[in-house]
Design a protein around this ligand. Structure first.
Ligand SMILES: C[S@@+](CC[C@H](N)C(=O)[O-])C[C@H]1O[C@@H](n2cnc3c(N)ncnc32)[C@H](O)[C@@H]1O
Length: 229
């Protein structure tokens, strides 16, 4: 199952109006999403004005979309307390630090009953999980097993939330690179990792204990989850 399907099923189930995507790139996901108020955030959009217009014709929900060309930290710094979102898709810079900040900032602007979806939580190789500072830096390293995809150490954000936030339900669907799902609510199970321990962990640690660390669920679990929101 692809991220678009998971995000759209959550939006449809909740009849969600306000959708925020952090990290939009060429809009592969964003332009297809159907929601009344869509907000796109990326320091550099990778699409032309013409493509934007084309996508309004293909999916009229894009007519009122808002485009914020800035880093997510700036976007959240300028957001007011009344700026709330029902569903947030976090897919920006794939570092532990930035993805964690994106989730914590999203939580501060998450409407009651809101859902955060995170992309790239379950990397399948050491190269894809390389803790670089950016995609360009990871790509330039010529890492063995490099196949062009970079998830970085976003997976550590899942482990952090499962260790430090007993007020959040967190799991990862085994679909499309690992789709992390975060909602408010009592954690069903948790980890006991300190931030320090997490910083020291490597891809080998993840590979040894993937299921337990990520609370990894088969993609069919999405349908059980949808009944609870
Ligand atoms: C993997 S792509 C997003 C793909 C898109 N969500 C999709 O599903 O089609 C990651 C994007 O994050 C953007 N990005 C990098 N740093 C960012 C930041 N600080 N804030 C927001 N977006 C960022 C990059 O410019 C890039 O376009």
């Amino acid at each position: 199952m692809k991220r678009i399907e998971v995000v759209q099923r959550i939006i449809d189930r909740k009849k969600a109006r306000r959708y925020l995507e952090i990290g939009v790139a060429n809009g592969t996901n964003f332009f297809r999403i159907k929601a009344r108020r869509k907000t796109a955030v990326d320091p550099y959009f990778k699409f032309s004005a013409k493509r934007k217009v084309e996508w309004v014709l293909k999916n009229p929900w894009n007519l009122f979309a808002r485009y914020c060309e800035c880093p997510s930290d700036d976007f959240f710094a300028s957001a007011g307390p009344a700026d709330l979102y029902d569903v947030v898709f976090v897919d920006g810079l794939h570092t532990y630090g930035q993805s964690l900040r994106d989730v914590l900032n999203s939580l501060a602007h998450l409407a009651q009953g809101g859902v955060i979806v995170m992309h790239d939580c379950n990397p399948q190789s050491e190269a894809a999980a390389h803790p670089a500072e950016s995609f360009a830096q990871a790509a330039a390293l010529n890492l063995p097993e490099w196949e062009g995809g970079w998830s970085g150490d976003v997976w550590k954000t899942i482990c952090y939330l499962r260790s430090q936030r007993k007020d959040l339900r967190v799991f990862v669907l085994d679909a499309d690179g690992g789709l992390g799902i975060v909602t408010r609510g009592e954690a069903d199970n948790s980890l006991k990792l300190t931030d320090e321990a997490l910083h020291r962990m490597t891809y080998q640690d993840l590979a040894k204990e993937r299921k337990g660390l990520l609370n990894l669920k088969d993609e069919s679990y999405l349908f059980e989850f949808l009944k609870t929101i």
